[in-house]
Structure formats: C-alpha cells, structure tokens
Write a protein that binds this ligand. Sequence first.
Ligand code: WQD
Length: 340
Amino acid sequence: MEEILVTGGTGYIGSHTVVELIESGYKPIIVDDFRNSKPFILDRLAEITGEEITQYKLDCADEEALSEVFEKHPNIAGVIHFAADKAVGESAINPLKYYDNNIGGLVTVLKVLLKFKVQHFVFSSSCTVYGEPESPVVIESTPIQNAASPYGDTKIICERIIQNTVQANPNFNATLLRYFNPIGAHPSALIGELPQGIPNNLVPYITQTANGIRESLTVYGDDYPTEDGTCIRDYIHVVDLAKAHVNAIKWLSNEPAGVVEAFNIGTGKGSSVLEIIRTFEAVNQLKIKYAIGPKRAGDVIQIYANPTKAKTVLNWTAKYTIADALKHSWNWEKSLLTLK
Ligand code: WQD
C-alpha cells in the first residue's frame, strides 16, 4: 500500500484528502503541529475511515523532525503539502509570518523530499496566483500576475521554487493544484472547516451567522460591475477538491520524473456572494441576517476556473453542487454546537 505523507493533514482540505486517500487504497501519514486545526479531527478521521492513521505532531519547517519521519517510513512514495497559512487579510497585516511559514516550510519539505528521493509532490496552490485576470475565466496558461496579497505572493513564489527545484533535480515530478474557493464539509458532518477566530471566508461566516455566533454577515460591496453587484467566485466542494489530490498522485505515478504541471481545481461555474447567501437560505430553509458594507481591499471582482485540463489530464471533475456544499457546511456547523 503506497504511503503518502500529508503535511497539514488535520486541516480543512488536508483532512478531507486523508479520507479520500484511504478510500482509494493509499496509506496516508500525517504531519501537523495543530496550529490551525484540532487533535480531535484525528479521531473523526478514524471514525470515518475505520483506520488508525499514522501521525506525527511537528512543524514541517523542522528539517530534523521531518527527516526522522522519513527515516521511519522509507517507502513514502509522495508528499502532499498543505501546511501553510492562508488568510488573505492577515497576510497583509503580517507578511513576514506568511513568507517565513509558507516559503520556509516549502523549502524544508523539498530539501527532505530530495534527501529521501521521494518521487511525487503535490502542492496546494491557489487561484490567487492569477490576481485580477483580464478575463474572469482563467486557464492554466493565463499570465501569473502580481497577487493581491502577500498570501497570494507566497503561492506564486512557491510555484516558482517547485519548478526550479524539479528542473535542477529531475528525479521527482510535481503538480501545482490551484484551488478556487473550497466550501462545504464531509457528508458525515464529522469533519469540516474549523476557522480559528473570526472567519475570513464567506461560507464559514455565513454558517456562524446562521447559528448565532456572529450577529450579522457583512457583504463587502454590492456595486461591483457584476450582475447583482457582488463579487463572483468559483466555489468548490471540499470533497471534490480532496479527490483531485488523489487523481494528481495517481497521474504523477505514471508520469516521468521532471514533469511539473499546474491544474485549475474549480467547477467552472461562478457564483456571486448574494447567490451563495440565497442558496444557503433556500437549501437550509433559514434566513441570514446581512448588511452591505464597504469593499474589502484585495478582492478581485470575479474569477472562476476553466477546469478542462484537470478533466482531460487528471480525469477529474467536480461532482457536488453548491447546494450540496452549503447543506453539508450547515450540517457540520450544527454538529459543532454539540462538541464537548
Ligand atoms: C469570497 C467573497 C468577499 C467574507 C480566499 C483566498 C483563496 C482561498 C479562499 C485558501 C469575496 C466576500 C467574504 C465576508 C463577504 N484561500 N465576503 N463577507 O477572498 O475569494 O479567497 O479564500 O484556500 O486563496 O484568496 O474567499 O471567502 O474570503 O471571499 O462579502 O464576511 O465573499 O468579498 O467577494 P476569497 P472569501
């Protein structure tokens, strides 16, 4: 059974990917320092999969500690690297935290991957690398712009680091998965998003407003040049996103060393902020209190994926609808109310 190391494996996307790896016959090994997740997620993963999952509590920027994991597990075939900070707003306030953790962490993981001759690498990138695109529908060859935040900047820099590293050491291959907007939770409602503090992202803010943790949602601007005046994004169910990582690992296993490919992991459909609110209300039969507020610095007007390359090359397409994701996110939020 192929062993795959998953950094940040108890995080939002990491935990859902661990489930999909197990369900596809892989043996995931989690490294996580729980700075942006909680240890109880490990019990939930065991409950969903019926497997006890090997995990090590460590910062993947700690080269010595990470090397010890590879010494214990000499057959690790691939690494999926999620461990990074991801709050756009916070990165503008504290850019050095983002450069240190996101870039420093990647450099260490790549050094260890080379040292132990690991063959495959999947990187968690983001549509933010496209900045404010000329056309709202982006393909992988759309020019990489100056990102709208230090967070997005780290993703651009990390992609370049991976490309240069593979070029200099063509004995491993890599995929750069450019996520659009991950939303939703596992249908079991046993794992989902665990924002630390006030949610930066739209959907967790909606679910926390729905369950009374937040007084009201602020819609950041309704006079953008879009149909209803609010920004448009490509919201993708986190389980669909997780499955894309398994397809990427499978694809890399049949590709020669030296290959590096970027993929848009999105649905190809754009939804506005107001559409998300309306859909959440309809599918969960409740009302969300919201008010229109000022625009948020760094927001792009609209961006969504052309996901053709992932479909034709990775044999991957998103299957869940926005309604599914918003139902699952509400079920997860409600489950947190009963958390001991
Ligand atoms: C979506 C829309 C907001 C909150 C970022 C990262 C991206 C990815 C997802 C990691 C925007 C509006 C939001 C709120 C609002 N990160 N909004 N009120 O900024 O598109 O993407 O998160 O994987 O890499 O860039 O996501 O959910 O913050 O915002 O009106 O309280 O919702 O203005 O139009 P974003 P988001």
